[in-house]
Design a protein around this ligand. Sequence first.
Ligand code: NAI
Length: 343
Amino acid sequence: MKIAFYDAKNYDKNSFNHLNEEYGYKIKYFDYKLNEDTAKLSKGYEVVCAFVNDTINEDVINILHEQGVGLIAMRCAGYNNVDFEAAYNKIHVVRVPAYSPYAVAEHALALIMTLNRKTHKAYSRTRDNNFNINGLQGFDLYQKTIGVIGTGKIGQIFASICKGVGMKVLAYDKFPNETSGLHYVDLPTLYAQSDIISLHCPLLNDTHHIVNESSLNQMKDGVMIINTSRGGLIDTEALIDCLKSKKVGYAGLDVYEEESEYFFEDFSEEIIDDDILARLLSFPNVLVTSHQAFLTAEALENIATTTFESIISFENNHELVNEICYNCDKKNVCKPEEQTKCF
Ligand code: NAI
């Protein structure tokens, strides 16, 4: 069984090659992202391994299907870039539902801590022998209120970390988990009472631009917004307006709605054409990281293990336990009991 591995980075190659000493698959690593032009490179491969910014639309799926690809193994948890309707009955799609929810939850806390206590600025100053602390004032997280939107694997771990530093946690989820011990409220209450709001829900039709002009206006003045989930959850232009008006006090973004062209690549010698991204990067109270929340040793090992296990199941015609359910995603009407079954 041969695997065409798209958008391969050194850390991917290291973790997959290391484990592949056990599995012995033939893997061809492509630097390119998967799209209509590069899909043809997978001719002769049964499995395609793809990532968050690959394009897996109807055209790409049809090309892969015609070339005999039977499995798309997403080496990530999110799957908003896959057209499941097009894939249905043609190609199986699996993902890695949980590789390290701790990695993402801890990165969300890192964004909060950095924005608040400005350690990134302190680092630059002291490296330059500048020991002045003017402008580095933060606030105690203790007893502040954090609103967590989406209380799945990552959201729940993030909430418990926040409780650990003495924060009050308010939660919102379309399918509240009543055994989580979290205090669920409706979105208007969460917006009105939270000093910090952190997004941990998937990008779906009903969560697209969940942070928009209207929701931002319901939030506290000076609110901190954290997004380690998917860029499309935030209407970036509305966020920029609120940063300019100081309605939003801080934004920590590991994801950006138009990230696919820039994130994971080095543009340090080039001009950024995306004016919205450039504007975001110009604010002193905005911290952008390049979709790195998942990037821990433990997560990479789990991603490789789960992906190989899915490929073995596919090869042996066994049940694909990490297959993504077309009906749930497309109709977006999961009931909790269906959700457990599908995810
Ligand atoms: P999960 O599936 O365990 O939890 C998602 C939660 O969101 C569920 O409780 C679900 O009921 C809830 N939800 C669904 N629709 C909602 C709505 N309309 N409003 C509020 N909540 C809603 O997913 P997990 O593992 O916690 O991951 C969350 C997201 O984190 C993923 O969808 C992915 O986009 C993102 N992610 C980002 C990474 C990064 O490196 N930045 C890495 C891994 C995941």
